[in-house]
Ligand binder design. Structure first.
Ligand code: NAP
Length: 307
């Protein structure tokens, strides 16, 4: 890995996303990058509205391009949304999916580095066809760990909004002890919750105990769920199935953080009258400014590694 080259003077297009990407665009412009944005609601202070907006005004923040083609032409770096694509090669954007048409691909420089949270096979194939280097960043450890903080805080916020008891003293199950589960279990523990970590691997169960949590193997989830006040799921697999949900107290709350469709049988939960919420994209929803700063930091890191 090379040292941090920084993004000063780098021509960047930020495409799609939500307030997180808008904030990242602002941060990159602050760091001296020449930033154009397209396809997300515009940041306060963005410069150059309308036709002819150029790669000029770092001091004035990102420039709003007049078209997608204008946004990407001549840039060295494209930053696509953390939430990736819609399954049909279109970029996720708050206002609706963003199609990269032939004109946009043709306008991209062959040397461009195209960063995106994750890409579907359609986008990957189009990038390959256009000879564009695509790099998917969402699963990187550094990014996932940085993001685990706003995610955990967002999960706690959602729980507190719906609960009529404190998290302090309540029995919280955290399913999975990966990057998100670890930060969440720590946060809940610091708030005085009784944290039960449910995982399948002995190493994670040992870590849970070392952190002062109760460890429970995934095969015993049914029993553990019977006394839960809140269940936070981070396992992207159908672990909260009917067999487990049958045991969950009717007063309990389920917050499912795993990427869609989550790990909960929501149909069964609804039929049982359980409160179960799928909570995607919490960093962008709950702390978009922090999440945008994290994204800008990652972009700078990736630029130094890959450019
Ligand atoms: P991670 O570090 O890979 O952790 C995943 C955890 O789930 C690990 O404990 C893993 O255990 C376990 N797991 C995975 N597949 C399993 C299976 N089939 N059976 C049992 N356990 C399984 O992932 P992460 O970064 O924490 O993210 C977790 C999920 O949350 C992902 O779906 C991610 O997309 C999502 N996420 C959501 C938000 C949000 O805002 N809602 C934010 C960030 C991430 P092993 O190590 O044994 O595989």
């Amino acid at each position: 890995m090379r040292g941090m080259a920084g993004v000063r003077g780098v021509r960047v297009a930020v495409l799609g996303g939500d307030r997180r990407e808008a904030e990242a665009a602002r941060c990159l412009a602050d760091k001296g990058a020449l930033v154009r944005v397209w396809g997300h609601r515009v940041v306060a202070g963005a410069a150059g509205m309308g036709a002819g907006a150029g790669l000029t005004a770092a001091a004035g923040g990102p420039a709003v391009a007049a078209s997608l083609e204008e946004a990407v032409s001549g840039v060295q770096l494209v930053v696509g949304p953390v939430r990736g694509t819609d399954g049909e090669g279109r970029l996720w954007a708050e206002g609706g999916p963003l199609e990269l048409d032939g004109g946009a691909w043709a306008a991209l420089d062959r040397e461009v580095l195209f960063l995106i949270g994750s890409a579907d096979p359609v986008l990957r194939a189009r990038a390959e066809q256009a000879g564009v280097r695509l790099s998917e960043y969402r699963e990187r450890d550094d990014f996932a760990i940085w993001n685990s903080v706003p995610t955990a805080e967002g999960a706690v916020f959602l729980a507190l909004k719906e609960m009529d008891i404190t998290l302090h003293g309540s029995r919280c199950l955290v399913l999975g002890l990966g990057r998100t589960g670890l930060t969440l279990a720590r946060l809940l523990g610091a708030m005085g919750a009784q944290v039960v970590v449910v995982a399948r691997r002995s190493q994670q169960l040992a870590l849970a105990e070392a952190m002062g949590c109760t460890a429970c193997h995934l095969t015993s989830l049914g029993q553990a769920a019977a006394s839960a006040d809140v269940i936070f799921n981070t396992i992207p697999a159908p672990v909260l199935h009917a067999g487990v949900l049958r045991n969950v107290p009717s007063t309990a709350l389920i917050i499912d953080l795993a990427s869609a469709p989550g790990g909960t049988d929501f149909t069964f939960a609804a039929a049982r009258g359980l409160r179960a919420r799928l909570a995607p994209g919490l960093p962008g929803v709950k702390a978009p400014v922090t999440a945008g700063r994290i994204l800008a930091r990652l972009v700078e890191q990736l630029w130094s590694e890959l450019s």
